[in-house]
Design a protein around this ligand. Structure first.
Ligand SMILES: Cc1cc2nc3c(=O)[nH]c(=O)nc-3n(C[C@H](O)[C@H](O)[C@H](O)COP(=O)(O)OP(=O)(O)OC[C@H]3O[C@@H](n4cnc5c(N)ncnc54)[C@H](O)[C@@H]3O)c2cc1C
Ligand SMILES: *[C@@H]1O[C@H](CO)[C@@H](O)[C@H](O)[C@H]1NC(C)=O
Ligand SMILES: *[C@@H]1O[C@H](CO)[C@@H](O)[C@H](O)[C@H]1NC(C)=O
Length: 487
């Protein structure tokens, strides 16, 4: 994996060249991206004796969408925050890591939402009234799960969650019904029921296999500790635990991947060219859908269709800091809803009495079109909107937020969204094509996870799965990866 094959005029422009350690006994592999899937894949390759790899990462860190940021004197999570799928039949591998690292984590209790749902004009809704609406929504969801199970397995009978709701005469349209619906679907999938596939989300394998519970990680080492935990098992570190392995190359943005029957060449933004036998691409679905990386030759039609048909959703966690708290605290108050006539308008709020004591921080979550709108306006505007909503809920006397943090995952060219969501119109066969290799180009990432797309555990497990597909080719000559069509 030596930086060669550069045309001479181009070479003259290069400030320096990259050389990987020459280890001719083992095939060379380039991994694009050092998020959880890229790190997990590299570890799997390493464990199989395939250690002649380099990892090219566009940012200056590992972890990707698991990322802590300083805010209000503490660290909060800009990306993934929960271990989702806990206390079920199978053990979520991320839960095992969280336990062994003693990550500070808190059970998220949403059972009392009915007592914490605010009216647009101010004041709380009557709890029994909201309770009943939640019960109705739950029974509609239960019936929809049965309907989903009865659909043909080839996916041709799939419908949207909204269509399934219509079949049951339940189309949420009042502010409270919309807030509950938003909590049930958009808050999980970051896209509305109109878009989301019924067959592939109800029931959701994450909750069906690993359990219904979710735990919020609030650890000053960051949720990204799980990625470091895996990285430290195979990358060289110094005495204080900093990764010093020469195979990890940070701040390398890949712009071009050329592939043939005999090898691959990967070009980075600063003009470096790396040659290798194989490449494993772990960038997000949003990045694959953008033009950031050019594939030469163009990826085949079946692959392009699979990539562009699936959805990259946007989930925006807005943190607000206050000089003092003014919201109800105590058991059963952590999550509260603002039921606006505008669906998804600053609907879901969370306080951190236990997680970040004394920080006086609130989190409000927006998604999809609201996320896009908010990413494009100044934070001062977003803060003013959030303050107005809070004043409607709690009155005019509340203090002004002193600080706001608005992540911009959608605008970021290295992400282009937050996680994938399964839309109607994509069957299992087409979804599995996203994972399928194209010659010597392999793919991994949460959007390739067989059962857990959109999640941290999906990213981790997909790295293992994709590495195994590559190992099968390298070690056993089984290089034809066939996706089976269901009939
Ligand atoms: C706001 C938000 C909230 C979430 N909440 C949860 C949650 O609570 N629970 C949960 O389980 N999951 C959650 N997720 C999903 C979870 O974070 C992801 O599924 C997972 O982290 C994705 O890992 P990955 O390795 O597939 O992709 P990434 O983490 O995106 O890794 C890909 C890496 O590739 C790099 N890269 C991109 N383009 C290039 C390029 N051209 N050249 C070089 N490098 C490149 C990126 O910088 C990145 O480091 C959330 C995600 C977000 C963003
Ligand atoms: C709050 O919940 C915790 C944990 O479930 C419990 O130990 C505690 O007694 C509760 N506090 C009150 C005031 O009910
Ligand atoms: C539910 O929320 C209300 C309003 O915030 C609170 O007064 C009540 O104690 C909570 N109930 C439980 C069981 O936690």
């Amino acid at each position: 994996m030596v930086a060669v094959g550069i045309t001479v005029p181009f070479l003259l422009l290069l400030p320096f060249l990259f050389f990987a350690s020459a280890d001719n006994s083992s095939p060379s592999i380039i991994i694009v991206g050092a998020g959880f899937s890229g790190i997990s894949a590299a570890k799997t390759l390493s464990d199989a004796g395939l250690k002649n790899f380099i990892i090219l990462e566009g940012t200056g860190r590992i972890g990707g969408r698991i990322c802590k940021v300083p805010f209000a004197g503490i660290y909060v999570e800009k990306g993934a925050n929960w271990v989702e799928g806990v206390n079920g039949k199978q053990i979520n591998p991320i839960w095992t890591m969280a336990e062994s690292l003693h990550l500070r984590r808190f059970y998220s209790d949403y059972d009392n939402l009915s007592s914490n749902t605010y009216k647009q004009g101010g004041g709380l809704y009557d709890s029994p009234e909201v309770s009943e609406m939640i019960d109705v929504a739950d029974s509609v969801n239960g019936a929809n799960e049965k309907l989903s199970a009865s659909l043909p397995s080839n996916g041709r009978g799939d419908i949207s969650i909204l269509a399934a709701q219509r079949l049951q005469n339940h189309v949420p349209s009042t502010p409270v019904d919309m807030a509950i619906d938003y909590y049930n679907f958009d808050y999980e999938f970051a896209e509305p029921p109109r878009v989301t596939s019924l067959q592939n989300t109800e029931p959701l394998p994450t909750f069906a296999n690993f359990g219904e519970d979710v735990y919020f990680v609030a650890d000053q080492r960051g949720y990204e500790s799980v990625v470091h935990h895996v990285a430290h098992q195979f990358l060289e570190t110094d005495k204080v635990g900093t990764i010093v392995d020469h195979r990890l190359r940070l701040n390398q943005v890949v712009r071009k991947i050329t592939y043939s029957a005999t090898g691959v060449a990967v070009e980075t933004e600063d003009g470096g060219v790396y040659k290798a036998d194989y490449v494993l691409v772990s960038v997000s679905l949003g990045v694959l859908q953008s033009k950031l990386i050019e594939f030469v030759p163009m990826l085949p039609q079946w692959k392009i269709v699979a990539i562009y048909e699936f959805d990259m959703a946007i989930y925006t966690k807005i943190f607000l800091k206050f000089p003092s708290s003014f919201w109800p605290t105590g058991n059963g108050t952590q999550f509260f809803l603002y039921a606006s006539e505008r669906r998804g308008y600053y609907t879901i709020w969370q306080h951190f009495e236990k997680e970040y004591p004394g920080a006086n921080v609130l989190l409000v979550t927006v998604t999809d079109d609201e996320s896009k709108r908010i990413e494009q306006q100044p934070d001062s505007k977003t803060k003013a909107e959030a303050m107005e909503v809070l004043r409607e809920m709690f009155g005019n006397h509340i203090p002004e937020a002193t600080d706001i943090f608005v992540p911009r995952w959608w605008s970021d060219r290295l992400y282009r969204g937050t996680f994938s969501n399964w839309p109607i119109g994509v069957d299992r066969y087409e979804y599995d094509q996203i994972r399928a290799p194209v010659g010597r180009v392999y793919f991994t990432g949460e959007h390739t996870s067989e059962h857990y797309n959109g999640y941290v555990h999906g990213a981790f497990l997909s790295g293992i799965d994709s590495a195994k597909i590559m190992i099968n080719c390298i070690k056993r000559g089984l290089c034809k990866y066939m996706v089976k069509a269901k009939d």
